[in-house]
Design a protein around this ligand. Structure first.
Ligand code: ACO
Length: 366
């Protein structure tokens, strides 16, 4: 008798193993239309939010979900002291991050935030990431951390804590655009992870730490650093097609292309491309990247005709974050600084439902 013969009768249809198209939550936060290439955040198309400051986006995202109503100015005023609180909590941890990747170091720092912490949890979670990420990047470069300036906006202070000097207005605006653009994106893997953990009532910091673990993977938030590695490895215009053909021939994935939901161009890509182009010196790097993008799209259409593969958010994320001065091994942490706003909103939304997320598996064993 084979193992198969012992398998119990199962009448449910075979599930999509990646949960494609499964509706697992209701949300007021964001809607991703993969066929039309549209992202809506609380009723507003992304391109109408592209010039918003991050704090204004936080006020929009958290409206009606956070325990206290706050406008953008109130949030900016509250984030400053929360960054200082995060800095105090981080200082004893910094020696322990040596030898870890930057995202693993961020995971270590986030895990010290107690779910019993007195500071408003969604504010502290969002305030903490730039403090931790900047200190980790500096520590990697052998530099001491820089204390937050609570009078600054989140984006301005993030760049100041990273570089040790005030950032120019165009760089702060570009980082604001980035943080807004990646703030929320439906039920992506990390957001789903946050909601599953929140549904057990584990608390905000446990939920968002789990979300970061999901973000870390190269199929999710770990791609933008490798996009720059790819551009560097290609090097010259003449080498674009041979390099890409060889990579695809080896069965490799081209970083910054493809998406589970979008079948057309990721709308976030153009917002970030525009923000990068507005930076001084941004245009030169973009010209080479555009040439790589065009060849990659041609080759992907030739080699994978059954699967529409288009440019995703990570491709121009890489150029923007490079242009404002983040080291490439910190890119996933900068992504987390933006996405934390969405994770926190989803945690609050999930907690309000009070319902444990507990799907079933289809047993196919003996
Ligand atoms: N380069 C080459 N081929 C690709 C790529 C790519 N970037 N993406 C998908 N494919 C191919 C696969 O090899 C597969 O081909 P096959 O059918 O011949 O085996 C086919 O397209 C379908 O691939 P899936 O894995 O089913 O697609 P999925 O929806 O799971 O993938 C993903 C989405 C993970 C983003 C994928 O496109 C990928 O790995 N991209 C590169 C990494 C990347 O850019 N990640 C960032 C995503 S954006 C974000 O999360 C914020």
């Amino acid at each position: 008798m084979t193992d198969q013969a012992h398998a119990p009768a199962i009448d449910s249809p075979r599930p999509a193993l990646g949960l494609d198209d499964v509706i697992a939550a209701e949300t007021v936060l964001s809607y991703v239309d993969g066929a039309a290439g549209e992202l809506i955040l609380r009723g507003r198309p992304l391109d109408t939010l592209a010039t918003w400051r991050f704090e204004a986006l936080l006020a929009l995202l958290w409206d009606g979900l956070a325990p206290e109503a706050m406008d953008a100015d109130g949030i900016r005023a509250a984030l400053g002291p929360a960054r200082e609180r995060a800095f105090d909590m981080m200082t004893p941890l910094l020696p322990a991050v040596h030898g870890l990747s930057q995202v693993e170091a961020l995971r270590l720092c986030l895990s010290v935030l107690a779910d019993t912490e007195a500071t408003s949890h969604h504010l502290l979670a969002v305030a903490a990431v730039p403090v931790f990420a900047a200190a980790i990047a500096r520590s990697n470069a052998g530099a001491a951390p820089i204390t937050p300036d609570p009078s600054l906006s989140q984006a301005a202070d993030f760049l100041r804590m990273l570089h040790g000097a005030p950032a120019t207005d165009d760089k702060v605006a570009a980082l604001d655009t980035y943080l807004v653009t990646v703030a929320d994106h439906g039920l992506n893997a990390s957001t789903f992870a946050a909601r599953v953990i929140a549904s057990t009532r584990a608390g905000m910091f446990s939920s968002v730490t789990g979300a970061l673990c999901a973000l870390k993977g190269p199929l999710h938030g770990g791609a933008p650093g490798p996009v720059l590695d790819m551009l560097d490895a290609i090097g010259t215009e003449d080498n674009i097609r041979p390099w890409l053909e060889a990579a695809l021939g080896r069965g490799e994935r081209l970083m910054g292309f493809g998406h589970r939901i979008y079948r057309v161009r990721d709308p976030r890509a153009d917002v970030l491309k525009g923000a990068t182009a507005r930076l001084r010196d941004g245009a030169g790097r973009i010209r080479f990247a555009e040439a790589v993008e065009a060849q990659a799209l041609t080759l992907l259409a030739e080699k994978k005709p059954l699967r529409p593969l288009q440019t995703n958010v990570e491709f121009f994320t890489a150029l923007l974050l490079e242009a404002v001065g983040f080291p490439r091994d910190s890119f996933t942490n900068v992504f987390a600084a933006g996405r934390m706003s969405g994770w926190a909103a989803h945690v609050m939304e999930q907690e309000a439902t009070g319902r444990l997320i507990r799907p079933k598996s289809r047993y196919v064993g003996p």
